[in-house]
Design a binder for this molecule. Structure first.
Ligand code: R5P
Length: 317
């Protein structure tokens, strides 16, 4: 019988709208909890529903303010564990710190691994995440991870646009496999941009391998953060004679100067998902469209709760 009283979904404060949409999909109310602060600024959470022996899910994107949302998630997990939940799944639609996944110079941390460790230590038995930047990040967690991808809802949207003369462009070498999956789903050609990263904020698209002249471009990425990567690549493909340029990315981090950059670049549409809520400024931007991942997350939660296969969600897509 579904939904059952045994399933409880709670939401951190990072993305309440997405948690509401997931609960609506599942036909259950969102779990009762109070998130408050002590006068000195410390956060305190009190879960108001009885969770003893229940299958609990906590939804929290560790987006900006990253550390605050992360700590809130940890407190939530500890709270549910001490309240005797039977199983706790941390649902992390956007996992901040994912890009700090290796030592690419001396004396730097691998913060993605640190964060994975503390999430498990705080009480998570499982993780449900979407596009963890690099798929091998699943191995950073010593607990089971179900990994979903925003590529499905994005592909569906772009398929509906029936873009002719389509070339899917990977804006850097790291996204090549993702671009190939889009090209095979949507039936386009494939091209790749060679980019040079000067700093966290500055990148330069240097060269393209593949044909873009007279083609309509779908540029795909997992994250648009400062938008340096996609804007620099968009300018290069335009210079080489591309017609329309669309961007599809799972996580619209849209940090710092991203909106200005997107406004100054010949991109026809930027499509992201609701793993991160758009800022009020971003909502006013003319050509940013948001697709929801709520049904996909809801379906995955339902299957995890019933101990059914989650990977079969992706068969034939
Ligand atoms: C890089 O490895 C990622 O896939 C993204 O391309 C990158 O994180 C985007 O960052 P930004 O928008 O700041 O260039």
């Amino acid at each position: 019988m579904f939904p059952s009283d045994n399933l409880k979904i709670f939401s951190g404060s990072s993305n309440v709208a997405l948690a509401d949409a997931v609960c609506k999909y599942l036909g259950i109310p969102i779990g009762g909890a109070k998130i408050d602060r002590f006068p000195d600024g410390e956060k305190v959470i009190r879960v108001e529903d009885d969770v003893r022996g229940r299958d609990c899910f906590v939804m929290q994107s560790t987006c900006r303010p990253v550390d605050e949302h992360l700590v809130e998630l940890l407190i939530y997990l500890d709270c549910l564990r001490r309240a005797s939940a039977n199983r706790i799944t941390a649902v992390i639609p956007y996992f901040g710190y994912a890009r700090q996944d290796r030592k690419d110079e001396g004396r730097v941390p691998i913060t993605a691994k640190l964060v994975a460790n503390i999430i498990a230590t705080a009480g998570a038995d499982r993780v449900l995440a979407i596009d963890l930047h690099a798929r091998q990040l699943q191995g950073f967690f010593d607990i089971p991870v179900d990994h979903l991808t925003g590529e499905l809802v994005l592909s569906e949207y772009f398929r509906g646009k029936k873009i002719d003369k389509l070339t899917v462009v990977s804006p850097d070498v790291g996204n090549m496999k993702m671009a190939a999956r889009y090209a095979s789903r949507l039936g386009g050609e494939l091209a790749i941009v060679h980019k040079k990263r000067m700093s966290g904020r500055e990148v330069e698209a240097l060269e393209i391998i593949g044909e873009v002249e007279g083609r309509n471009i779908l540029m795909c990425d997992d994250i648009v953060a400062t938008a340096g990567t996609v804007c620099s690549a968009a300018k290069l493909v335009k210079k080489r004679g591309a017609e329309k340029v669309y961007v599809g990315a799972t996580h619209g981090v849209l940090a710092e100067q991203a909106l200005e950059r997107l406004g100054q670049t010949p991109i026809d549409e930027v499509v992201v998902t609701d793993t991160i809520p758009l800022s009020e400024r971003a909502k006013k931007h003319d050509n940013i469209k948001v697709l929801t991942v709520s049904a996909m997350l809801g379906e995955a939660i339902k299957r995890i709760h019933r101990n059914e296969s989650v990977s079969s969600l992706f068969n034939n897509v």
